[in-house]
Write a protein of this length. Structure first.
Length: 132
C-alpha cells in the first residue's frame, strides 16, 4: 500500500488536464517488489521542516518519497506536511515554477498489491488561513 498526498497544480486559474503538474508525496510505501532502492538511487534528496524526501522528476509528476529509505516499509506512519513550505522548497530547487496555481490537495491510502487493507486511523486536516 501507499499512504499518499497528491498536490495538484496548474499553470492557469481555469485548469485543464493538459496544464496539470502533480506532486505525489509517498508518506508510507511498501517495498514488496524490491524496486524502490534502485528507483531512488538517482533521486535528489530534499529536507523541509525536518522531513527528508527523495525527489524523482517524472515530467508532469514529481514523486517524493519520505525517509527512511530502507527495509520492507519506506517512510513514516505519522507526519505533518506543510504544503506551502514544501512547494516553496521545490520552487527554490527549480523543480516547480513559481507561477503555478494550487488546485487541490488529496490524501489517503492506495492499495498497490492484492489483498485487503483497512485502516481507521489515517486522517488529515487542512487549515485555510486568510491573508490579513
Amino acid at each position: 500500500y501507499v499512504a499518499r498526498w497528491a498536490i495538484y497544480l496548474h499553470d492557469t486559474a481555469t485548469p485543464d488536464q493538459n496544464s496539470q503538474r502533480i506532486v505525489f508525496v509517498e508518506q508510507r510505501a511498501t517495498n514488496n517488489d524490491g524496486e524502490l532502492p534502485a528507483k531512488l538511487a538517482s533521486a535528489l534528496n530534499l529536507t523541509v521542516d525536518g522531513i527528508t524526501y527523495a525527489v524523482l522528476d517524472q515530467g508532469q509528476i514529481l514523486e517524493l518519497y519520505v525517509a527512511p529509505f530502507s527495509g520492507a516499509m519506506y517512510g513514516v506512519e505519522d507526519m505533518t506536511l506543510d504544503v506551502k513550505a514544501l512547494l516553496d522548497a521545490l520552487v527554490a530547487k527549480g523543480l516547480l515554477s513559481s507561477d503555478l496555481f494550487l488546485n487541490g490537495v488529496q490524501a489517503g491510502w492506495e492499495v498497490t498489491a492484492g489483498g485487503k487493507f483497512r485502516s481507521d486511523v489515517f486522517w488529515f486536516a487542512v487549515q485555510d488561513e486568510l491573508d490579513r
